[in-house]
Design a protein around this ligand. Structure first.
Ligand code: SF4
Ligand code: SF4
Ligand code: FES
Length: 237
């Protein structure tokens, strides 16, 4: 196999791509390529990873312009004529090389009231939510988000409007709106109803196409739009 010609982003926002040549091997992942460069060619290359098995989401990068978990992306599937272009996730500030600053991303989860608002005390019995209830099924469809930022990086509306809450924070808000144990629904609907909230989504579906967990933030955002409209018609917002 001919070696891979790899372009890797170096530096911060004003950085540039640097070329490396990396040997190919069977079942090689994009994370293997980045790791080879850092261990064998340039120890100063900054990147993140942890689990290497698609559980933590920390290895997300842009590969040939598409946001992906690099540990779950095989070189054979994405290399074009033995070439790869690897950069940091789009829509997030670059700290250095392939490492982005996720603080703004998670601040938006807080802005979307993405934390559970409990109504029970420790003396109450466990809440029992039937697994086959309609709301529970909608929660289940969105609950496995691991906060990797792939959908956020894929979203053009975030690129146009950096204030937009984005697919992950809105998906989180949706799972809480549908959680019958939560008592902060109105507060949450107010938080997502503004100009930078669910109504800013253009339903491009890029988030849904790219989410490695097969979550559809687009569906959740559509649900939020419906719930916001219903609450507004009832004069509650
Ligand atoms: S919705 Fe999917 S792509 Fe977006 S942060 Fe969660 S797991 Fe990652
Ligand atoms: S569906 Fe909405 S949130 Fe998802 S990528 Fe498109 S504009 Fe962004
Ligand atoms: S290193 Fe954990 S998902 Fe890739």
């Amino acid at each position: 196999m001919s070696p891979l010609a790899v372009e890797v982003w170096r530096g911060g926002a004003q950085g540039a791509f640097q070329s490396f040549e990396v040997p190919r091997h069977p079942s090689q992942t994009v994370l293997d390529v980045v790791t080879y460069i850092q261990r064998s060619l340039d120890a100063t290359l900054a990147y993140r990873f942890a689990c290497r098995v698609g559980m933590c989401g920390s290895c997300a990068m842009s590969v040939n312009g598409v946001p992906r978990w690099t540990c779950r992306t095989h070189v054979d599937k994405v290399a074009r004529e033995s070439k790869l272009v690897i950069g940091p996730l789009r829509n997030l500030p670059v700290i250095r090389d392939l490492v982005t600053d996720m603080r703004g991303f998670f601040d938006k989860w807080a802005r979307a009231k993405g934390s559970f608002g409990g109504t029970q005390t420790r003396r109450d019995d466990f809440a029992r939510v039937p697994p086959d209830s309609a709301d529970r099924k909608q929660v289940d469809a969105g609950i496995e988000c691991i906060g990797c930022g792939v959908c956020y990086s894929a979203c053009d509306v975030v690129a146009w409007n950096p204030d937009y809450l984005g697919p992950a924070a809105l998906n989180r808000a949706w799972t809480l709106v549908k959680d019958e144990r939560d008592g902060a629904t109105l507060e949450r609907l107010r938080a997502v109803a503004g100009d930078a909230g669910c109504h800013a989504c253009h339903t491009h579906m890029s988030c849904t196409e790219r989410c490695p967990m097969r979550i559809s933030p687009t569906a959740g955002i559509a649900g939020l739009k419906r719930e916001v409209a219903k609450a507004a018609l009832r004069g509650k917002l």
